[in-house]
Design a protein around this ligand. Structure first.
Ligand SMILES: C[S@@+](CC[C@H](N)C(=O)[O-])C[C@H]1O[C@@H](n2cnc3c(N)ncnc32)[C@H](O)[C@@H]1O
Ligand code: SF4
Ligand code: SF4
Length: 295
């Protein structure tokens, strides 16, 4: 049952501009250590499960993040998974590492909130006090998934009341990616279908791969492979721009023509689409915009 007072405590997180790149740096980057989770929601886009995979964040991984995201106040790094609170000590270490190495921007932790004390410990660990949380809508409200324990919810509500704006609630939208919309049992009125991709920012996974989409992060198709931690930020950001162009010129026309939700195209039809025209590791733009070879 949806609990209206819950939604009054946690405000919905507002999205920012999409596709912003400055000096070969993304305005936002997601960090993903695998899909291990203490839940297995029937709609989960990443196939979260207690049996999911998990690999710690390391300095190599975070250095690549620091090279590819804006490090000034406009930048944002978003931790998700899987469930970040299952390995909260590694997340706390990662937040400290990012701050020690000059990251001034916002940090957001996506969490189901069940391990409330661990989530609050992550928020408290940021020396700049700019780490906030975004709760899973279904698990916070009980609409579409078993609600989190009330003892956890009370702790999070109390914290939010005392620290306004530090814990938000995620969007209710369910997209057809991963386990997708078919088994979803939440309110029928929650929006599901749209031909247009929301143009999310990319993901750096702890296996060293930059993936173009946080919703499709477990989709291994080459259409999403932007590069690795060994590639320059020029290569990764150029490939992301080419992915966005591909979304507008190839993906969306296909979704419209076949009357499919955008994420369904990625999940079930992507092999019928050509890959984006990515630059390879040996290729990058010179400053005047011409393609040149590094090899
Ligand atoms: C994959 S979860 C990982 C973090 C954490 N376990 C959680 O649930 O918040 C990140 C966000 O994705 C959302 N999500 C999961 N499956 C989704 C789907 N099919 N469509 C839209 N959002 C989805 C969750 O509600 C959550 O807000
Ligand atoms: S949506 Fe979050 S809580 Fe639910 S299974 Fe996926 S990762 Fe876990
Ligand atoms: S349409 Fe594709 S790229 Fe866009 S959010 Fe959905 S799965 Fe990701």
């Amino acid at each position: 049952m949806v609990s209206t007072p819950r939604e009054q405590v946690f405000k919905e997180r507002q999205s920012r501009d999409k596709g912003v790149i400055e000096d070969h740096r993304l305005m936002e980057l997601h960090l993903y250590p695998g899909n291990q989770c203490n839940r297995d929601c029937d709609f989960c886009t990443v196939f979260g499960s207690p049996k999911g995979w998990y690999t710690d964040y390391t300095a190599t991984h975070l250095d690549a993040a620091l090279h590819s995201v804006m490090t000034h106040e406009q930048g944002a790094i978003k931790f998700y998974g899987g469930e970040p609170t299952l390995n909260h000590e590694n997340v706390i270490w990662a937040v400290g590492y990012l701050r020690d190495h000059g990251f001034q921007g916002a940090i957001v932790v996506y969490s189901n909130g069940i391990q409330a004390e661990r989530l609050l410990a992550i928020l408290e660990a940021d020396p700049l006090g700019k780490t906030t949380a975004s709760l899973n809508y279904s698990i916070a409200t009980g609409d579409g998934a078993p609600q989190m324990p009330l003892s956890s919810l009370r702790k999070l509500e109390t914290y939010e009341r005392a620290n306004r704006g530090e814990i938000a609630i995620g969007h209710p939208d369910i997209v057809d990616s991963g386990r997708g919309v078919d088994p979803f049992t939440g309110e029928a009125a929650r929006p599901k279908n749209n031909h247009q991709c929301p143009h999310c920012y990319p993901v750096l996974k702890t296996d060293g791969q930059f993936h173009a989409c946080p919703f499709a992060v477990e989709n291994k198709s080459p259409h999403f492979q932007l590069g690795t931690v060994d590639d320059s930020s020029e290569t990764v950001t150029q490939n992301f721009q080419r992915f966005l162009t591909w979304l507008d010129t190839v993906h969306e026309p296909y979704a419209v023509e076949h009357d499919l939700p955008a994420c369904t195209v990625c999940w079930k039809h992507i092999q019928q689409l050509p890959t984006p025209e990515f630059v390879s590791q040996q290729e990058s733009y010179s400053l005047d915009g011409d393609i040149k070879s590094e090899g």
